[in-house]
Design a protein around this ligand. Structure first.
Ligand code: SF4
Length: 91
């Protein structure tokens, strides 16, 4: 394609910056580690949760959560204010 100097393509080589845990209200509740994660506001049944490696599509793994805790992962038993139900996981 010819470059006419008016190229409005959005660059795809740069990953979109994720949000910090603290700004999303993220926290982990140790007591719910062994709970049925299909029920309730858990990362496990959120549309943004990435099960392989415990990540979130929109929230960073690192940095302190609202309690100042740094786990380095997005835990299945974690949750944040952006929770969105994954219809395939919620019961
Ligand atoms: S609840 Fe928040 S941190 Fe957890 S997977 Fe969903 S968007 Fe990510």
């Amino acid at each position: 394609m010819e470059d006419d100097g008016n190229n409005n393509n959005i660059p795809k080589d740069k990953p979109y910056p994720k949000l910090s845990k603290a700004s999303t209200g993220y926290l982990e509740i140790e007591h719910f580690k062994n709970a049925d994660l299909h029920t309730g506001y858990f990362c496990y049944n959120c549309t943004y949760f990435i099960k392989e490696g415990n990540h979130c599509a929109i929230v960073e793994d690192n940095g302190p959560d609202v309690n100042g805790k740094e786990s380095g992962i997005i835990a299945p038993y974690g949750l944040c204010t952006l929770w969105d139900p994954n219809e395939q996981e919620t019961r």
